[in-house]
Design a protein around this ligand. Structure first.
Ligand code: ADP
Ligand code: ZN
Length: 305
């Protein structure tokens, strides 16, 4: 990696955009954050920022976009770089990469927000020593980025880890779920808005003793068991606003060990109560934009990458 060639990164989130220019966590030259409004207004804001930066620093090597989705991350596809069937009003079928590339004249690397975050954690954060792992976010929605043998996984479209089905006991949890497509899928049961509707208060106002958290740790551990059995990840990173509850991660670790029931023989699953296996992100609130910068660096010509 040629660390000094300047690149741009855009964390294109459903509620906010973060744009930055730099090369690494300790080398962010400029950053701006603004709310996500209409595509035209939001992308114009991003373009203005990068035009100003290019006037100052010269042409950027590439710009990485880590976008909310569903989105099209396949370079050979006619809709590469589009946000596609998103429920977010006004953003369906928006050619994000095309508009940015045309306005700024630089290559655009485009992937999902969670794949970007996974790449950032791999380069600078909690997954530097592993090549197959998952980055999950439990926030407004639930999503997961996946790296397999050192490459981000796309496949058919891209993984949608938030929409797997989980067993729900309607007697214990009558809430039918928040997902507009599936009701009580993983996202439908565990995203922040689902907690707010199920319990009648925003998730951040539920006390640590509230039964919400035992149920949350149960569902998340069921999901993790499925991911562990399917992908054999060497680590699972769990971020997003809901994971800001410090007691949640230890509860999830305990449940995962119980639910796997000793079946998978791996040191990481036997030792230390999974403390090094199911972990928090290390890049904090810059994870998204750093992931986007890492995506841009992947797209640099071979001489610089
Ligand atoms: P987004 O998913 O939109 O990028 P976040 O990851 O910040 O944003 O997730 C926002 C969700 O996280 C909201 O539903 C909010 O209620 C929830 N949340 C934020 N802070 C906390 C907290 N301290 N404890 C539990 N839930 C929280
Ligand atoms: Zn769903």
């Amino acid at each position: 990696m040629h660390a000094s060639l300047l690149v741009g990164g855009i964390e294109a989130g459903g509620t906010k955009f973060v744009c930055a220019v730099g090369t690494a966590p300790d080398d962010i030259r400029a950053e701006v954050r603004f709310p996500t409004t209409t595509p035209a207004e939001t992308l114009a804001h991003a373009i203005t920022f990068f035009q100003e930066q290019q006037a100052c620093y010269g042409q950027l090597g590439a710009i990485g976009v880590a976008a909310f989705g569903p989105a099209d991350p396949h370079p050979a596809s006619p809709t590469y770089g589009y946000i596609t069937t998103t429920p977010k009003p006004g953003w369906q079928h928006t050619n994000v990469a095309g508009m940015l590339g045309a306005a700024l004249g630089v290559p655009i690397a485009f992937d999902t927000d969670v794949n970007g975050a996974a790449l950032g954690e791999h380069r600078w954060g909690a997954a530097q020593d592993v090549a197959t792992f998952i980055y999950l976010t439990i926030g407004t929605g639930v999503g997961g980025g996946v790296m397999v043998n050192g490459s981000l996984l796309h496949g058919l479209v891209h993984p949608e880890l938030g929409h797997i089905r989980l067993p729900r006991d309607p007697a214990a949890d009558p809430y039918a779920g928040h997902c507009p497509f599936h009701g009580d899928c993983l996202e439908g049961l565990t995203c922040g808005p689902a907690l707010a509707v199920r319990w009648g208060v925003p998730a951040q106002h539920l006390s640590p003793e509230h039964p919400a958290w035992a149920l949350q740790a149960h569902y998340l551990a069921l999901a993790l068991q499925s991911f562990i059995c399917t992908l054999s990840p060497q680590r699972i990173i769990m971020g997003g606003g809901v994971m800001a509850q410090p007691h949640l991660l230890p509860m999830i670790r305990t449940n995962v060990q119980r639910y796997l029931n000793g079946y998978i023989q791996a040191a990481a699953l036997q030792e230390g109560g999974l403390a090094d296996y199911i972990v928090a992100p290390r890049l904090g609130n810059q994870a998204g934009v750093l992931g986007a910068i890492a995506l841009a660096q992947q797209a640099l010509p071979a001489a610089h990458a």
